[in-house]
Write a protein of this length. Structure first.
Length: 171
């Protein structure tokens, strides 16, 4: 049989199709696995609003990175933990940093600068007090900017051990 006819046999076409479909399924599986690793919380602005703070530009050189309007939100499980400082697994707390803008003596929120997320899962994150830490820049919910598994976040949050490693409080 001529070489150009041998490749056109229906069995060869079926095999090529099967290989292409297998590669497509594997690619989708890998994409889903990577996407599942990122845990940007949808609709967090509809959760319980724990509080808002403002650090105005130029007020403290040590807080330059934190200048802006800080909103803190908690899901229902986290709200339950605020009273005792014992946050159950599944608790999620979001710290949203936005630009603070001023006009005619009024301070209002501007563009989102970043979103920090704490997710309680004691079985997977024992080294960081049971918390997973994530950080997202601007409005990009697809890429966690924390590169050290939350160790740098926990170095600071360990100072809040008495309240479950959470700085914010509901008053």
């Amino acid at each position: 049989m001529a070489p150009h006819l041998r490749n056109s046999h229906p069995l060869h076409a079926d095999r090529r199709l099967w290989i292409l479909l297998t590669l497509a399924v594997l690619s989708l599986t890998l994409l889903c696995a990577v996407a599942a690793d990122v845990q940007f919380p949808d609709n967090f602005r509809r959760w319980v609003h724990v509080g808002t703070g403002v650090i105005l530009p130029g007020t403290n050189p040590q807080l330059k990175r934190e200048e802006g309007m800080h909103h803190i939100f908690a899901n229902e499980k986290a709200v339950a933990g605020y009273a005792s400082g014992d946050f159950p697994d599944g608790s999620t707390i979001v710290y949203e940093l936005r630009e603070a803008q001023q006009k005619n003596g009024v301070i209002f929120e501007g563009e989102r600068r970043r979103v920090d997320v704490m997710i309680k899962d004691s079985s997977h994150y024992a080294a960081t007090g049971g918390w997973r830490f994530e950080r997202f820049w601007g409005n990009d919910p697809t890429r966690n900017a924390i590169q050290d598994a939350g160790a740098s976040c926990f170095a600071c949050h360990s100072n809040a051990k008495a309240h479950g490693f959470v700085f914010s409080q509901i008053h």
